[in-house]
Design a protein around this ligand. Structure first.
Ligand code: SF4
Length: 84
């Protein structure tokens, strides 16, 4: 490999490295900013939010063998059919 080609590859690697660091910083910054806004909106008891949810939960089933008194699954008071 020629010296010039070697240098160009090094420069290309450096640019890729800097770009990926910048993207990671930008995403982390947006995430922190959204979390802060979300907390502020929660504290202010806003009904319509500008922030997006910080966590998501997906229930894969409504079947449960326990009977926790405060839960509609536990009290068997769901309108939905029990399924997976
Ligand atoms: S809260 Fe509801 S779903 Fe969770 S364990 Fe109790 S009964 Fe099951």
């Amino acid at each position: 490999m020629s010296e010039r080609l070697f240098k160009m590859r090094k420069i290309k690697e450096k640019i890729h490295s800097l770009l990926s660091k910048h993207r990671a910083k930008t995403a982390a910054h947006r995430k922190r900013k959204n979390s802060k806004l979300n907390q502020q909106e929660f504290d202010d008891k806003k009904i319509v939010l500008k922030s997006v949810p910080t966590t998501y939960a997906i229930g894969v089933t409504n079947i449960c063998q326990l009977r926790c008194p405060l839960c509609i699954s536990g009290r068997r008071q769901q309108d939905k059919k029990l399924s997976i």
